[in-house]
Design a protein around this ligand. Sequence first.
Ligand code: BG6
Length: 518
Amino acid sequence: MTGAGKRSGAEQKWTNPLRDPHDRRLPRIAGPSALVIFGVTGDLARRKLMPAIYDLANRGLLPPSFALVGFARRDWGDADFADIVREAVEANCRTEFREEVWGRLAEGIRFVAGSFEDDAAFAELQDTLTALDRERGTDGNHAYYLSIPPKAFPVVLSQLRRTGMADPSGESWRRVVIEKPFGHDLESAVELNALVNSVFAEESVFRIDHYLGKETVQNILALRFANQLFDPLWSSHYVDHVQITMAEDIGLGGRAGYYDGIGAARDVIQNHLLQLLALVAMEEPVSFSPRHLQIEKIKVLSSTRNIHPIAENSARGQYGPGWQGSDKVIGLKDEEGFAADSTTETFAAIALEVDTRRWAGVPFYLRTGKRLGRRVTEIALVFKRAPHLPFDDTMTAELGQNALVIRVQPDEGVTLRFGSKVPGNSMEVRDVNMDFSYGEAFTVSSPEAYERLLLDVLLGEPSLFPVNEEVELSWQILDPVLAEWTREGNPDEYESGTWGPASADEMLSRTGRTWRRP
Ligand code: BG6
């Protein structure tokens, strides 16, 4: 069964606030609803989901009737679970902790104990939700957040189908929220999508790519399509290449269960970095409606190809021991849970081209890694050199290429790099930076990505969630690279605290380019 035709009444009524002049300045407040979290004892729930729910409540964006239901194999009652949520919120909330807000939220907190195979526990979940609908007025609107390992998806989805909990009635809605990994290759992603769509209509499936919830990522669209300044430069006429970097300084201690056998490319390139590429490379959408945005992203991902030979146009590595600042750190193979012969890559870089009139011939270099020099995510458009420089060589010896850098994090903003005369008697030209910084330009702090995304789930606003076609196209791009790496054998080791293996530098130096050192 496909999802077509299963659209609920509530979803049909969805209107895009960006397009409605009347509610442009009204806060977007979720309607009556209950959020059920499966996997509520996990790290994500504690560090991100629970605090985000509180922050939304504190900002007045949740309705008074909102309910949060935890489901897990723990011997807890509602009050025990509420204590756990409170602890997580106090430790990680972004906004101030206020007793009165917490008190209201806590009234709607419930816990159901059981395993995913336990029919009785699902019957209890159903009773709990029915009681909440009746007592708190959640109106049959239920979102199910699967913050669980992918191998548990089939059982939970089939329980939701069997009990009818996935089916909306009347005006109510039922939605499912899925955390990556969305499969581990194209084939498994197709299978997963078929499974999910056999239970929930595609319109009711919200796949979380938390990068799309970041303000700086949404700003890519504002920068590109609200300004006249950048568009004329945004093509192969002026851009030499694009570098998309997501570097982390943390290691993988404690994450072996999820990460070993997955690696950096599947963990980050398949989703976050290809989504960034799509936003940077896409054409102007007809509007910001979800469908129009999807159409443009899908066009880009359909036109994206690996640069061949893949062996020379990709690199991967695994961190060895080294120094992170003044701390001595161990290599991956010594981290708890990783085998001494683990071949999991912790650094991945690939070179792609987007086969369109705008981008033909412009390489897009994507890289990510753990235990690199510092934590930074940025998108850099590196421009071609001026065709002619009326200076002596010595005057421009320190002049690099112009660059427009979108600083996704941590120092959110935009940098324009260009040459400027060095003060003095000679005409010496050197690179300078012109900076826009969120922290200085705006007084309000940015919501966390999960705040935005959870609110959008409850509102039924799908713009910031990749659809299954995007997921499958992304695997289509990555699969040949993964196959090549499997043929090659072990990844190269790089020292912790550096910028990855030498093969990554060679990958660019073959074409006379270098990675930025952000
Ligand atoms: C997750 C990855 O999606 O993103 C993690 O699974 C990574 O490996 C994390 O650490 C980084 O997120 P952020 O928002 O801190 O850049």
